[in-house]
Design a protein around this ligand. Structure first.
Ligand code: COA
Length: 322
C-alpha cells in the first residue's frame, strides 16, 4: 500500500494581535515588523488555552469538514515544541480526548521542521504495511514561551494548529521526501529551562525561545534552497513543475530569498506568516489549508512542503493534491 494525504484541517485561537500591540512595551514599529518579517497579525492563545486544545480543535474541524470517523486512526504524530507538559505526550492526550482507542501515539521534537518530519514518518509507517490511518499534527502555543523583552524575537511568534490525514491507498500521492539535521547549529535556536550547554556553549535557561536571528536566516535560505533542489531531483521534476511551494512560514524575506535562489516565482509560495506569524510546526498546514480554501491548490497540483527549524532540522515532501 502507498501513503495518500486525503484531508486537512486547522484551528487558530480567536485573539488577533497586530503589530501596534508591541509598540506599547518595546522599541519597535508596525513598519519595521512588516518590512523585516512580512508579519501583519498573529494569534495569541488564551491564558487557559494550550497546545493540546488547539490540536484537538484542528482535528475536530477536519473531521467535520470531511465527514471523517476517527475511531479507526491507528497512529497519531504530534509535532510540537510547546507541549502542555512533557509527560504525558500531546499525542497520548489527543488519543484519549478524540476517541482513538487503537492508535499509537508519539510526539515529534523537531521544532519548525516537525510537520515535515511527520509527513516523512507517516509515509514510512504506511509503506511498511504496519499502519493504515495516521494523523500528522503540528500544534504550538509559542506565545507561552516567547520572551516579550526581546524585541528581535517576540514580534515573530504566534499560536495555531494544523493536521493532515494520511491513509493507506492503492495509489498514493506522497512522493519524494527529505529529512535531515545540522546539530552544530543547536545553540542558534533553543528553548531550555536547564542550565546545560549546547555544543559546549552556555545557554539562557529561561524557558523562552532564544535565537540568533541572522544566523538562522542565512542557514534557512541556503539549506532550504539545497533541499528544494534535492526534492526536485528525487522526484524527477524541474522547478516549473511545482505548482505550490509551502515552506515553513518564519519570515516573508526568508521565503522570498529561497524562491529567488531556486528560480521559483514568489507567487507560487503559500505562506501563513503574514496573518498567523511564525507558528513553528503549524505554519505549513495553516498555509496549505488557506491555499486550498482559496481555491488555489487543486487536484493534480504538485505541492512541495518543506520545513526547517531549531535543532537545526529540516524535512519535507512533494505531494500531488488529491
Ligand atoms: N523593531 C525595531 N528594530 C529592531 C527590532 C524590532 N522588533 N528587532 C531588531 N531591531 C533592530 C536591531 O537592533 C538592529 O539595529 P542596529 O542595526 O542598530 O543594531 C536592526 O533592527 C537590524 O537587526 P537585524 O537582526 O539585522 O535584523 P534582520 O533584518 O536580520 O531581522 C529577524 C531580524 C529576527 C526578523 C530576522 O533575522 C529573522 O527573521 N531571522 C530568522 C528568525 C527565524 O525565522 N527564526 C525561527 C526559525 S524557525
Amino acid at each position: 500500500m502507498e501513503a495518500k494525504l486525503t484531508a486537512i484541517g486547522i484551528y487558530a485561537p480567536e485573539k488577533v494581535v497586530d503589530n501596534h500591540y508591541f509598540e506599547q512595551f518595546i522599541e519597535t514599529s508596525d513598519e519595521w515588523i512588516r518590512s523585516r518579517t512580512g508579519i501583519i497579525t498573529r494569534r495569541f492563545a488564551a491564558e487557559k488555552e494550550f497546545t493540546s486544545d488547539l490540536a484537538e480543535q484542528a482535528v475536530r474541524n477536519m473531521a467535520a469538514e470531511y465527514q471523517l470517523r476517527l475511531d479507526d486512526v491507528d497512529f497519531i504524530l504530534v509535532a510540537t515544541v510547546t507541549h502542555d507538559q512533557i509527560m504525558p505526550s500531546m499525542a497520548c492526550q489527543l488519543q484519549y480526548r478524540l476517541g482513538m482507542p487503537n492508535a499509537a501515539a508519539l510526539d515529534i521534537s523537531a521544532a519548525c521542521g516537525g510537520f515535515g518530519y511527520g509527513l516523512v514518518l507517516a509515509k514510512g509507517l504506511i509503506n511498511s504495511g504496519m499502519y493504515r490511518k495516521i494523523l500528522v499534527i503540528g500544534a504550538e502555543t509559542l506565545t507561552k514561551v516567547t520572551d516579550f523583552t526581546d524585541r528581535t524575537s517576540c514580534i515573530l511568534f504566534g499560536d495555531g494548529a494544523g493536521v493532515v490525514l494520511i491513509e493507506a491507498a492503492e495509489k498514493g500521492n506522497i512522493g519524494a521526501c527529505v529529512a535531515g539535521a545540522d546539530g552544530s547549529g543547536g545553540q542558534d535556536l533553543y528553548l531550555s529551562n536547564q542550565n546545560t550547554l549546547i555544543n559546549g556553549e552556555e545557554i539562557l535557561a529561561n524557558n523562552k525561545i532564544v535565537q540568533n536571528g541572522r544566523k538562522v536566516f542565512k542557514w534557512a535560505v541556503s539549506q532550504m534552497s539545497l533541499q528544494f533542489n534535492i526534492l526536485l531531483e528525487k522526484e524527477g521534476l524541474s522547478v516549473e513543475d511545482i505548482d505550490w511551494f509551502v515552506p515553513h512560514s518564519a519570515n516573508m524575506r526568508i521565503i522570498e530569498a529561497i524562491c529567488k535562489q531556486v528560480g521559483l516565482p514568489v507567487e507560487k509560495a503559500l505562506e501563513s506568516v503574514s496573518t498567523y506569524g511564525n507558528t513553528s510546526s503549524a505554519s505549513i498546514p495553516l498555509a496549505l489549508y488557506e491555499g486550498v480554501r482559496a481555491g488555489k491548490v487543486r487536484k493534480g497540483h504538485k505541492v512541495m512542503m518543506l520545513g526547517f527549524g531549531g535543532g537545526l532540522t529540516y524535512a519535507g515532501a512533494i505531494v500531488e493534491w488529491a
